[in-house]
Write a protein that binds this ligand. Structure first.
Ligand code: GDP
Ligand code: FO1
Ligand code: CA
Length: 309
């Protein structure tokens, strides 16, 4: 089974699925559009959020970073006059140093991601969408901003006019990710941000084409409940860009790529529009309050998929 995933929404869905599926059955294909370099170190927030969640290292309150992490390293960087708006904790720095060390020895991002997951005892395969650079950039009222600059540095405030996935056209899909999609008997679109997490993955042409051609059931989960994001800027972003809102707006973005879509029980008014596109809808409680709630949603998703199959 394949899960296309961003950070927090993707990681929660992954956590539910690993609790239900046989060990080794889940491959998570992660967004790398959020990646950036800090102090010369490549940082991969979505891969790391998934890895930390599935290894139970995650700071659950925050949704990213390592639980109970300290910021001694960052404080030294501040004393030295470096910019410190990105809160990289000490334990998190350990992973970034290791990743960069392994890559300086010639390992690919796919290799280090899989190696890290194995060492941390993650019971799923985690793969970046591509080993090539692919960066989300936003054209805003304040000019062109790198993703983390807009998201963390500017707290998502500057209105966004356009989103670009720089490097997508030249990026080759991860070979392992392509094989996983081809072999999958179920493809799930996590309740991730479509614009900032899943569309960067799908901007890698071969990945999109392989999902489009798959005969397996393909199911999305809405990241919006009552038109509002559970967390993050998705609702504001859709409004800024003048894009269709709500669960139906998200489902429409995946037209031709999904066969089924999970919406919240309160969003039954969206069902007619989604089913008009030939997508079957299942309405339920789609909020994952904790790992047990995520497991419950994963079971419902698998039951819905079996009915579509
Ligand atoms: P990010 O990379 O950390 O921003 O995470 P993702 O792109 O994977 O997920 C962000 C989206 O997850 C947001 O739009 C949230 O609304 C959505 N989300 C977070 N938690 C939940 C949840 O429990 N249920 C659902 N349905 N969506 C969620
Ligand atoms: N998000 C924040 O809002 N503020 C931070 O200081 C921050 C630091 C950070 C460090 C490591 C990491 O892996 C993620 C971090 N995030 C932070 C989250 C990051 O911006 C993600 O890209 C978001 O989930 C948005 O997709
Ligand atoms: Ca992200």
């Amino acid at each position: 089974m394949v899960l296309l995933a961003g950070g927090v929404g993707g990681a929660r869905m992954a956590e539910g699925l690993v609790r239900v599926l046989p060990e080794g059955a889940l491959t998570v294909i992660a967004n790398i559009g959020d990646d950036d370099t800090f102090y010369g170190l490549l940082v991969c927030p979505d891969i790391d959020t998934i890895t930390y969640t599935l290894s139970d290292r995650i700071d659950r309150g925050q949704g990213w970073g390592v639980a109970n992490d300290t910021v001694n390293g960052l404080n030294v960087l501040r004393d030295l006059g470096a910019p410190v708006w990105m809160k990289l904790g000490d334990a998190d720095f350990g992973l970034h140093i290791w990743r960069n060390w392994r890559m300086s020895q010639g390992a690919s991002l796919s290799e280090v991601t899989e190696e890290c997951a194995a060492r941390f005892g993650v019971k799923a395969r985690i793969l970046p969408a591509t080993d090539d650079p692919l960066r989300t950039k936003l054209i805003t009222e304040k000019g062109l901003l790198d993703f983390q600059n807009w998201f963390v540095g500017e707290r998502c405030q500057p209105a966004v006019r356009e989103i670009r996935y720089v490097g997508a056209e030249a990026a080759a899909a991860s070979a392992a990710a392509l094989t996983a999609i081809k072999d999958a008997d179920l493809i799930v679109f996590a309740p991730s941000n479509p614009l900032l997490s899943l569309e960067p993955i799908l901007s890698v042409r071969a990945l999109r084409e392989t999902v489009a051609a798959s005969r397996a059931p393909r199911i999305g989960v809405s990241p919006l409940i009552g038109g509002k994001a559970v967390k993050g800027p998705l609702d504001k972003l859709l409004a800024d860009l003048g894009q269709p809102a709500g669960a139906a707006g998200v489902a429409a973005r995946y037209k031709g790529l999904i066969d089924g879509f999970l919406v919240d029980s309160g969003d039954v008014n969206d069902i007619v529009a989604i089913e008009a596109d030939g997508v079957k809808v299942h309405a339920t409680d789609i909020l994952m309050r904790d790992p047990v709630g995520a497991e419950r949603l994963a079971r419902e998703l698998l039951g819905f998929a079996a009915g579509l199959g």
